[in-house]
Ligand binder design. Structure first.
Ligand code: BGC
Length: 765
């Protein structure tokens, strides 16, 4: 805006103030409250803003450098404070706590020319202070209501700490257990992933963003980050359109349809274009095709990284490419704030790009109610009362129990007896109070989880014989904790052997520390880290009655254990209530019902391994054929398939019925199945329905999850479960990204995992 117009606008502002149109109490400098819709308010505000102020909205600064602690001191962050006062900052991340947020918000609202409030973002990934299971573990519950509640509670706590925007949910589908961030998503399946994306978005945002305990969510990382080559963090992604449309995009689309307010782009490229520079993803698909009206934030400095990728020669070019592509807000890259104003002045980019981005950001701020009350999240009473509430801890326990997956219980060692059984507890993670919190838990206090040792002792009156077996080695870099599990010292193994010799059952807690998965924690080996395998085998030599409780942020390759250890429980990182949840399951007060949201491979060489793969032109057909799609040194089958998980009871499935055998493509196909609990315990089963579209213009997977139901069955009880298949379930995306449905034969499988054998079929005309 030139100076003349600027003066006119200010003059108008003064006139409006004098004529009573501006409400100083609500809003310091602009007459926006008189308009009846948010869009009109945004338009009126944008007309009052200078180019610099509009670009300022597109600038997101980190509050401090170590991702913990208070807002930056003025001296150490001079530029940021200067920019804040000029109205050149749209939001801050990693500032938390009512006092800190209020301090910054006050500058934005009271010291800047237009008084536009800040949006305050934080990674509220699986809890704020009260920590729920890691998202991958929650996905194993398949319990959408519980998952939604977990996000709800996280939003309540975060909002009470001044935060109004979470960088969650991560909805990246991934078939890559080497990639450390699988812990943050919902696993490998787009159908389950889409349902969970919706549940999480609704959990964070609720029905009304203006409420004080709801916050804006962010679907991340858009897109294809989960397909990072070889599972190496921040690596390249080169995939085809079928995978993009049918596997990667559905959960993002689901998030957009459920009204998620923001998207975050990602660190990877997609077929040669860094995604923060991808017009195809951001403008063409997200904003145009899907009609997304919120804003897209970059990932941390990912706009600057367009230069490292070799797609822009300098910041100026990166800013031009990214803004034109539809990245609206620059997280801690300073690319926009340094370059965009000049780019517009030099007519390299048109101002409408800036207007569009700034409007999208302002709109979300209006929707959050920040213009009505910029301090709505800054209430110290709420901060004290809501954060860490007992009801949140109770819900975290419920969620943790639901997330546990029983992989094996061959000799029925489980459930343990509450009396009359001598039990040893062994392993470097057994007494851990920090690891169960995972790696995304900045706002929680260290060492606050209930350890497995504590949880079990609460049952057995401190009678559990504990031996650590080996140490954790914990180092620390700038903000990432680096954990190794002992790789050299075997001293503790001897003691563990002695402990194991004299007991009836040994519970071994082994696997990954919480800081061994998460961002920038890719692995090339998926076995038990350090000397844990040696410990396991040494104990097995003296006592075979072992219950292996895995701690893991990803699928692990535990082939030896699955062949030798009679009982295996997937215990993930289950958050604040870990020990209580594990103990309740081990002692049988909670019958496990979790199902794997990701395939467990036999070894790393099988990766990527996932249930919804294609048939290939050479599937196994005859016994003697050598030239089929396989390995000569390992089965194609996984160690444990997607959807797998046992119960203490036993379920059988019968009578898979389809209402008819011929349907037209507009019909709804009704499928039903009978399920009975024929075991000795009441229990819950996740009944899963898979389809196979036998012939497609784009090759269809051998199975695709298209329905699931959580069913509670008492001992001896039988229930009928019904599924409805509509176009939405039976169609797919062609290679232009258009959703189509094709006539032909379909197979239907129903059962307790993706390997379900019960089958029926129908035809679509
Ligand atoms: C991560 C994002 C996260 C952001 C802010 C990045 O390194 O990739 O998922 O939201 O940091 O903490």
């Amino acid at each position: 805006m030139n100076t003349k117009i600027h003066h006119i606008v200010l003059y108008l502002g003064i006139i409006l103030t004098l004529s009573g149109h501006i409400d100083h109490k609500k809003y310091p400098a602009v007459a926006i409250h008189n308009y009846d819709t948010i869009d009109k308010k945004v338009d009126s505000l944008i007309n009052l803003m200078t180019l610099e102020e509009k670009v300022g909205q597109m600038n997101l600064y980190n509050g401090f450098w170590d991702v913990t602690g208070p807002a930056p001191k003025e001296g150490s962050a001079k530029t940021k404070y200067d920019h804040l006062r000029k109205g050149w900052v749209g939001g801050m991340l990693n500032v938390r706590g009512v006092e800190n947020v209020r301090k910054l918000q006050k500058i934005a609202v009271e010291e800047t020319r237009l008084g536009i409030p800040l949006i305050i973002g934080f990674d509220v990934i699986h809890g704020y202070k009260t920590i729920s299971p890691i998202p991958l573990a929650e996905a194993a519950s398949w319990d959408l209501k519980a998952i939604e509640k977990s996000a709800r509670n996280a939003a309540s706590e975060a909002s009470a700490a001044g935060i109004n925007w979470t960088f969650a949910p991560m909805v990246d589908i991934s078939r890559e257990p080497r990639w450390g961030r699988v812990m943050e998503g919902a696993g490998e399946d787009p159908y389950l992933g889409s349902k969970i994306a919706k549940a999480r978005v609704h959990g964070f945002q609720g029905d009304d963003l203006k409420k004080k305990n709801t916050i804006a969510a962010c679907a991340k990382h858009f897109a294809a980050y989960g397909f990072t080559e070889a599972g190496r963090e921040y690596n390249t992604v080169d995939i085809g359109t079928s995978t993009l449309f049918n596997t990667i995009l559905p959960p993002f689309k689901a998030a957009s349809e459920s009204g998620v307010k923001t998207f975050m782009n990602s660190f990877n490229d997609l077929n040669g274009i860094p995604v923060s520079a991808s017009k195809y993803l951001q403008r063409d698909i997200l904003k145009t095709k899907w009609g997304f009206e919120g804003f897209v934030v970059s990932d941390w400095a990912s706009l600057k990284e367009i230069i490292n990728w070799g797609h822009a020669k300098n910041k100026k070019e990166a800013a031009k490419i990214a803004s034109s592509a539809g990245s609206d807000m620059d997280m801690e890259g300073s690319v926009y704030i340094q370059e965009l104003v000049n780019l517009v002045k030099e007519s390299v980019i048109e101002e409408h790009i800036i207007n569009d981005a700034a409007k999208r950001i302002l709109k979300v701020k209006f929707e959050l109610g920040l213009f009505d009350d910029p301090y709505k999240y800054c209430n110290t009473k709420n901060e004290k009362e809501i954060i860490g509430r007992q009801t949140h801890l109770d819900d975290a326990l419920d969620m943790a129990k639901k997330s546990i997956v029983l992989l094996k219980n061959e000799t029925n060692i489980l459930p343990l007896k509450k009396e009359g059984q001598k039990i040893a507890l062994i392993g470097p993670l057994a007494a851990e109070k920090n690891s169960p919190l995972g790696s995304w838990r900045t706002a929680s206090d260290d060492n606050t989880a209930v350890s497995v040792l504590e949880g079990m002792n609460a049952y057995s009156g401190n009678a559990v014989h504990y031996s650590k077996g080996m140490d954790l080695i914990i180092g620390e870099t700038s903000f990432i904790k680096e954990v190794k599990i002992n790789t050299t010292n075997r001293d503790g193994i001897k003691e563990a052997i002695e402990t194991a010799k004299n007991v009836d059952v040994v519970v071994m807690v082994l696997g990954e520390h919480g800081f061994q998965s998460g961002e920038s924690r890719s692995r090339t080996h998926l076995d038990l880290p350090g000397l844990q395998q040696e410990l396991l085998e040494a104990v097995y030599k003296v006592n075979k009655n072992i219950v292996l409780v895995l701690n893991n942020g990803r699928p692990l390759a535990i082939e030896w254990a699955s062949q030798n250890i009679p009982s295996i429980v997937v215990g993930w990182q289950l958050g604040s209530q870990t020990g209580n949840a594990i103990a309740q399951v081990l002692y049988g007060d909670y019958n496990p019902s979790g199902k794997l949201p990701m395939t467990f491979p036999r070894n790393v060489g099988q990766i990527p391994i996932y249930y919804n793969h294609k048939n290939t032109g050479r599937p196994k057909n005859t016994e003697n054929n050598v030239f089929w799609s396989h390995y000569i040194d390992q089965d194609n089958s996984p160690l444990y398939p997607f959807g797998f998980g046992l119960s203490y009871t036993k379920f059988i499935y019968k009578n898979l019925t389809i209402e008819d055998s011929n349907f037209s493509i507009n019909d709804t196909v009704k499928v039903s199945v009978e399920i009975s609990n024929i075991g000795d315990y009441d229990g819950k089963e996740v009944v899963q329905l898979y389809i196979r579209d036998l012939v497609g213009s784009v090759v269809r997977p051998v199975r695709e999850l298209k329905g699931f139901e959580l069913v509670m069955l008492n001992k001896g009880e039988t229930k009928i479960v019904e599924f409805l298949l509509t176009k939405e379930e039976l169609g797919f995306y062609d290679n232009n990204g258009d959703f189509i449905i094709e006539a032909g034969d379909f197979e239907v499988y129903v059962g307790g995992d993706s390997d379900a054998k019960l089958k029926n079929q129908f035809n679509l005309k």
